[in-house]
Structures are given as C-alpha cells and as structure tokens.
Design a protein around this ligand. Sequence first.
Ligand code: SAH
Length: 260
Amino acid sequence: MSTEAPRPDASPDWLPWPVRIVLVRTTHPGNIGAAARAMKTMGLTELVLVAPRDFPHEEATARASGADDVLTAARVCPTLEDALVGCRLVMGTSARLRSVTWPQLEPRAAAAALLESAREGPVALLFGTEKSGLSNEELDRCQVLVNIPANPAYSSLNLGMAVQLLAYELRLAWLGDTRTAVEREVPLARADDLERFYTHLEQVLIHTGFLDPAYPRQLMRRLRRLYARARPDEQELNILRGILSAVDPLGEAARRRRGE
Ligand code: SAH
C-alpha cells in the first residue's frame, strides 16, 4: 500500500493529491506567473520549472497576482529527469500529434487518470516551451499525451491558458470524484526507474545484435510506447530488469555461464 493515504476529510480548497505541473524551458516569465495563478485558482500548488529562461522575474510575480506564494514555492530543476523523479504517471500536453502515435487522452479523461494515480504517489503534467512545445525526447518521457481539442486550423493555446484549462479539469475531476482508490498490491514503477530500464533494454538490444546503433530507426520509441501502455509496477519492472540481465550476452550472468 502507498504511504500517501487519501485524506477523505480534506477541504475542497486545495487538491489533496500530489499533482506536479511541470513547465519545460519556458521562455516568457509572464507565462510562469500566469500558470501559478491558474493553478492557485484551481487549488493546485506544486509548480516545477525545468530550465526556465528568466526566473525569478518581476513579470512572473506581476502576472501571478495573488499567487506569488505558488511562485515562491516553485521548484527549479536543471533537467526534466530531475523534475520527474518519483513520478508514477507522466503526461505531456501537446498541440500537435507525433509521427509515432502515442497513447492519448482528452483533458477530461486525462485529469481523471492523473487523480487516480496521484493517490498512489506524485504524478506530473508537462507543458512545453512557447514556440516549439515539448521536444520528441521530452514527449518520450510521457506515458500519455494530452491534447486540448482546439480548432485544428489554429490549435496552439497560450501556455498559461493551457495550464488553466487542465487545472480546471483536475478540479472538476476532484470535486466530482467519489470513487475509492484502486487497490494495488505493488506501486507503479517510478519515472526514473523506467528510464534506467529503457537504457538497460537498449544496451541489451545492441549487445544481442537486434538493434543496430548506426540505424536505430524508431525502435526505442516504439518500445517506450509499448511499456507506456502497459504501465508496469515496481515488481514487474524488476522482473523485466532481471530478464535483461539474464539474456545480456555481455552481462554478468552470461560470463558466469561461460565460466569466466
Ligand atoms: N507549437 C507548439 C505550441 C506550443 S504552446 C506545439 O505544437 O506544441 C506551449 C505549450 O502550451 C505546449 O507545449 C502545450 O504544453 C500547451 N498547449 C498549447 N496548445 C495546446 C493544445 N491545443 N493542447 C494541449 N496543449 C497545448
């Protein structure tokens, strides 16, 4: 069972579950302030900034209005990896679709899924940089993509507006959510452990000759998508790591088998 036990008597002022709003490489400090305000109006408090261009900044404080407490408490991380440590579910918002199609949810369903997982531990919702959004490598870190179904001819919302909309959906999901948490024997695998698994998997695929590093195509991306759909728990991930170690021709187990 998770240690983050539900608090059924929590007041409706603040979301009682750990939902991180992660702004990646934000260019305009005003948008950071707007995001903080959007979050506070909806009872969210956990703001994480990955490599913001200008922060702290007076424009961020001005746009936060009365939400400067959320801004002051914001955690600034040098890399996305740092921001995602410990997260059980990572979702990324995007105005456009990927070349490799990815598990995708509309904001309402995404909010419900985030809340459900947040009962077991931290979850993250990522927002990209203003001009280009989340990069492919950043989207690779997400198990699910969230698209606001805007006008296809003009689909890119202002960053602060996108945060507002998702924060609102999270609030609606929370206020309307009377279901009990899913009982899970083993907690879901954490984002950082998943990354170590993907690195291990890639090494073994190279060692076995299945993956040619000179010609990787989209293999790792497609495998990430497969595991993103499966959402392994900690025990399942340990089993997968154990299998990789056992079959790695250059690994410890193979050396032992050869009597080396
Ligand atoms: N051209 C970029 C737009 C970036 S807008 C792109 O294609 O993604 C900055 C951020 O706002 C995005 O990275 C995303 O986090 C959010 N955003 C804007 N419009 C969105 C939409 N229609 N659906 C989901 N997120 C959106």
